[in-house]
Ligand binder design. Sequence first.
Ligand code: AMP
Length: 220
Amino acid sequence: MSVKTKLLKALILGAPASGKGTISSRIVKKYNIEHISSGDKLRDHIEKQTELGKEVKKYLNEGKLVPDDVIIKFMIAELKLSSDKPWLLDGFPRTVAQANALWKVQPVDVVLNLEVPFEVIIERVKNRWVHLPSGRVYNIGFNTPKVMGKDDVTGEDLIQRPDDKPEAVLKRLEIYKSVTQPVINFYQDKDILKNFEGRTSDEIWPKERARRGGERFKGL
Ligand code: AMP
């Protein structure tokens, strides 16, 4: 008789630049689970100039959400490819329609919600640099690259994302407040939401580890 181990399906919520990427990469490294970031996947398509990439580029550059029908179809297909692995989903779902679509095909076990004040976020994005191929994020001051403008691992160039421009950030925070907040309520109602407050990832990370230790991540 074979015993089927339950694969953890977790997701992380938080405003743009709340540190989701940093916290996610620490979780996936420590627990050896897959990190699935909708934003990284879309940027990858834009970089490779695929049909999808061409379709979504303007939304990303303007800091707007990709339409629900497009992102739902894309992400559900992506998640199917990883259905046999434990994962941490980042950036999807962002609307209640997306949350409902995901819940129908794959209910999640736990939702981590990062709560970082908006003024901290705006300050942070001014200092944010990313390595596009890997999605590694650097913040000057907190998590400074060893060589300015270069990725620590590959030595390749870092860039500032077009959607990190102040107008785009403000737009994304407004969208987050109005559209994504109901997603938090959606998971709160299902009683699987865990809130983590802090101004920096280093402040949030120990809380997350302490809390996780005794609970659902134990089985990993
Ligand atoms: P992120 O890296 O998660 O901040 O995502 C960057 C951009 O990708 C967002 O500003 C949106 O334009 C787009 N995007 C990523 N995930 C989604 C989603 N779940 N729904 C709609 N648009 C998304």
